[in-house]
Design a protein around this ligand. Structure first.
Ligand SMILES: [Mg+2]
Ligand SMILES: [Zn+2]
Length: 199
């Protein structure tokens, strides 16, 4: 725990709209799902080094009657078709005025994901595009990394604990120096059949 180098996280939880896919408010149509650049590679990189992945998403459109729960499920299934399997999905279907414990910026979705994965929040990184994602991470005791989208306010960028320009950079920051090195060595080994011979 007192190591100078930060350990790689056991899991990375992602916001959905504006982080993994282009935000389409209250979307219940899988055909409208468009992944953001680099999302698939960033997720494959995490999975390749044994880091689990999850999604934590506010879907107030369900409570507001703007999207059916089946529509949300269909969109989430499409996200998995495009980006691969996530180890946990946590969806808040409540409206802001419902006062639930799960809607970001509250910590509930992140805590539920941690419970399902059997992890302590301090072993988890949350990547999202809004201040509410960073706030939820902080309240849960997880580490937050902001990847700004067109919806991100300047104030949210200034207040974020860590900011990355894209998902790949965010994952690099999440993994830290040790795991980045390990991933590099794995890639190098895959590329060179004769490890014994000097270059
Ligand atoms: Mg978002
Ligand atoms: Zn909720």
């Amino acid at each position: 725990m007192t190591s100078r180098r930060r350990r790689a996280p056991a899991a990375v939880l992602f916001d959905r709209g504006g982080t993994l896919v282009i935000d389409v408010p209250y979307n219940g149509d899988p055909a409208l799902v468009r992944t953001l650049p680099g999302a698939r590679k960033a997720l494959e990189r995490l999975r390749s080094v044994g880091v689990r992945t999850g999604v934590v998403t506010n879907q107030s459109g369900v409570a507001l009657g703007l999207v059916e729960p089946e529509g949300v499920r269909a969109v989430n299934a499409r996200v998995e078709d495009l980006l691969g399997h996530f180890d946990t999905w946590q969806v808040c279907p409540h409206a802001p005025q419902d006062g639930c414990r799960c809607r970001k910026p509250k910590a509930g979705l992140i805590l539920a994901a941690c419970r399902q994965l059997g992890l302590a929040p301090h072993d988890v990184v949350v990547i999202g595009d809004l201040g509410r994602d960073m706030c939820a991470a902080r309240r849960a005791g997880a580490r937050g990394i902001l990847v700004p989208s067109p919806a991100t306010l300047r104030r949210e960028i200034l207040e974020a604990p860590t900011v990355a320009g894209d998902l790949w950079s965010a994952v690099t920051l999440a993994l830290g120096p040790d795991m980045t090195h390990l991933a590099y060595l794995t890639t190098a080994a895959d590329d060179s059949p004769s490890m014994g011979s000097a270059a």
